[in-house]
Design a protein around this ligand. Sequence first.
Ligand code: ZN
Length: 161
Amino acid sequence: MITSLGRANEGVCPTERAPYRSRRTSASRGHAARCAYRATIAAAVSPTAEQSAASAWREEAGRNARAASGWEQTLEAASDARVELLLFQEGADRPAFRCPACGRAEVSEGSCPLDGTRLEPTDAGLDLAVHQTLAHGGAVWAIRHHQDLAPVEGIGALLRF
Ligand SMILES: [Zn+2]
């Protein structure tokens, strides 16, 4: 159901009209994530579609099933390629950490669990979540008309597994 709800601007840079996937250099990664973020914000998602997505997330989260809630779970799931649909309350963001070697996102300082590289701090945790989600083929929606995500730091996701 979720996949049919629409992915209008997924992966397209609104300023360059080019698929972000075609630009793979590390220098362009931040730009790609910011573009994806802007495209997401610009995309018109109807309140009804939002409601459907928010309901699906609430249901899964309530069953402790295929949902992530809050920054820690969501960044981890996005980095593990498990996010089908990333949902965030408009304006949600927080500092986070990123592995310079593999791009993995974490909420806490330390070393990457995959390759042991020291994580680097960033102000834009949402950029990391968005980029990791899109890079693994998921979709991203800003939630504007509902407050479902407010109790979980403004961010959550529907997961593939
Ligand atoms: Zn890493």
